[in-house]
Design a protein around this ligand. Structure first.
Ligand SMILES: NC(=O)c1ccc[n+]([C@@H]2O[C@H](COP(=O)([O-])OP(=O)(O)OC[C@H]3O[C@@H](n4cnc5c(N)ncnc54)[C@H](O)[C@@H]3O)[C@@H](O)[C@H]2O)c1
Ligand SMILES: O=P(O)(O)OC[C@@H](O)[C@@H](O)[C@H](O)[C@H](O)CO
Length: 437
């Protein structure tokens, strides 16, 4: 006779009561763009200071705030390298809200208890103005804060953009153009724009990750995050009402970010952008797969050699960074999908690839990896579902024109007039097509 089966017991839902963590910390920071990265990065640094809690807002999505609210803001961070994954519970998010909760958003930003606003609104988020945009929401929040007494505040953009503090300042100035002069003066004097370099590879979590989280922690978590062991946060700027002791978790406050910014955007994000467009053309789906593909690995090494010629940090620092990068890219614990990284090329190529390409062309060199990135992007625009703020225009150009010239012209007219470059890009498109599996 078969023995009766005892039904498997499902793990308890993750909450502050079940996990035995304390009550949420008072809200002193607000975040806009609640996604995977904020939860793997800024929220983890904020945990180092138990006096600071975060009220986190998505841009549109209402599911994640609902799930996090059911879990009292808690979630599991799975840290994956090449060994066994490690799990930790993150408890710095005191409240999570959908972006549409305007009343709450305005109240939080008007509160003098709130000292800072961090943002992860994607690169495109800084260039999109108008009703309902992230910039519009921040402006509404600041307008309310000014009216409510005008306590100063620090704005801390955490997206991969060169000079992200200045980009945000310019976006806010532009959006505030029609506002009254007292508000505009307050914006200049009492709103501080902090520049940052952020780094932690955090792909979209999959179905299996909730199962692994439950196995590692004993709790059912419906919003786990997967990330790598490496993490870096460099900041430059003022915090007029104070900030969490982020340095306790390793954040570094520096006077000048330029060299670090180049290193991050050219070496890491530039290599990601290169692989995002060449990898799928050669049959690779993820970053770790791509860096194991010999021709792609050679392209990445060649890109780093090329970028090193123009980067300002000392050579040993760059060499050390690229060694570490290769290990991070190769990690089997992180499945980072190339087509996810391929989103928004028109924002990314100009910041990550073109500065190095221009510097090389001015010395009459034609770097293969930069040519490959442009050729791969052209193939991407011709063959894939394109997600980009300029998708309509770029897809039409790429699909109706014979060669690379009009698409390159959409990024940089001077480069488009460089015949040698355009011929090389066209030839590379053929080369990638012939090499496709
Ligand atoms: N994931 C990483 O490895 C990583 C590392 C460093 C920096 N970043 C930065 O963080 C950003 C978000 O990454 P993520 O992993 O959290 O992505 P995600 O998809 O998990 O979340 C993205 C967040 O941005 C919001 N958003 C999307 N489009 C927007 C727009 N046009 N305006 C305003 N908000 C918008 C979404 O609603 C969501 O809240 C990236 O674009 C990048 O700039 C990510
Ligand atoms: O959309 P992007 O290209 O800014 O970001 C995709 C990845 O390259 C990026 O998220 C990296 O993983 C991150 O920048 C690592 O710190």
């Amino acid at each position: 006779m078969p023995t009766p089966q005892t039904p498997p017991t499902s793990p308890p839902r993750l909450t502050r009561a079940s996990a035995g963590t304390g009550p949420p910390a008072p809200v002193r920071a607000v975040h806009l763009g609640l996604g995977a990265f904020h939860r793997a990065h800024q929220a983890v640094y904020t945990m180092a200071d138990p006096d600071w809690g975060v009220a986190a807002y998505t841009f549109r999505n209402a599911d994640l705030p609902r799930t996090l609210t059911e879990q009292d803001g808690l979630y599991t961070l799975q840290v994956r390298g090449n060994g066994q994954p490690q799990a930790e519970l993150v408890d710095s998010i005191s409240r999570a809200h959908p972006g549409g909760d305007t009343e709450r958003w305005l109240a939080d930003l008007a509160s003098p208890d709130v000292a800072l606003l961090t943002l992860t609104i994607t690169e495109a988020g800084y260039r999109t103005a108008g009703d309902g945009s992230a910039i519009d929401r921040v402006l509404a929040g600041l307008r309310g804060r000014h009216r409510a007494g005008g306590a100063p505040i620090a704005l801390v953009p955490c997206d991969n953009l060169p000079g992200n503090g200045d980009v945000l300042r310019e976006a806010m100035r532009g959006a505030a153009e029609g506002e009254d002069s007292t508000f505009r003066s307050w914006l200049e004097e009492h709103v501080s724009f902090v520049d940052t370099v952020v780094d932690r590879i955090t792909p979209v979590a999959g179905e299996d990750d909730a199962t692994t989280a439950a196995r590692l922690t004993g709790f059912a978590d419906h919003a786990p995050v997967v990330t790598e062991p490496f993490s870096e946060w460099l900041l430059a700027g003022r915090f007029p009402l104070g900030r969490p002791a982020w340095e306790n978790a390793g954040a570094r406050f520096v006077d000048d970010l330029a060299g670090y910014e180049q290193r991050k955007l050219w070496f890491l994000n530039g290599a990601h952008t290169l692989l995002a467009y060449t990898g799928p053309a050669l049959g690779c789906a993820t970053v770790d797969e791509a860096v194991r593909h010999p021709p792609l690995a050679a392209l990445v090494e060649s890109w780093w050699d090329t970028a090193s010629r123009h980067a300002s940090l000392p050579a040993e620092d760059l060499a050390d960074y690229r060694d570490r990068l290769l290990r991070r890219f190769s990690s089997r614990g992180i499945r980072h999908r190339l087509l996810h990284i391929a989103v928004g090329g028109s924002e990314k190529l100009p910041a990550r690839i073109l500065p190095v390409l221009r510097a090389e062309r001015s010395r009459l060199r034609l770097p293969e990896p930069a040519v490959a990135a442009l050729a791969g992007w052209l193939i991407h625009l011709r063959d894939r579902d394109v997600v980009d703020p300029r998708a309509d225009e770029l897809v039409t150009l790429a699909r109706s024109a014979d060669g690379a010239r009009p698409v390159v012209a959409a990024l940089d007219a001077a480069l488009a007039d460089d015949r040698e470059l355009i011929t090389a890009v066209d030839d590379y498109v053929d080369h990638l097509r012939r090499s496709a599996v």
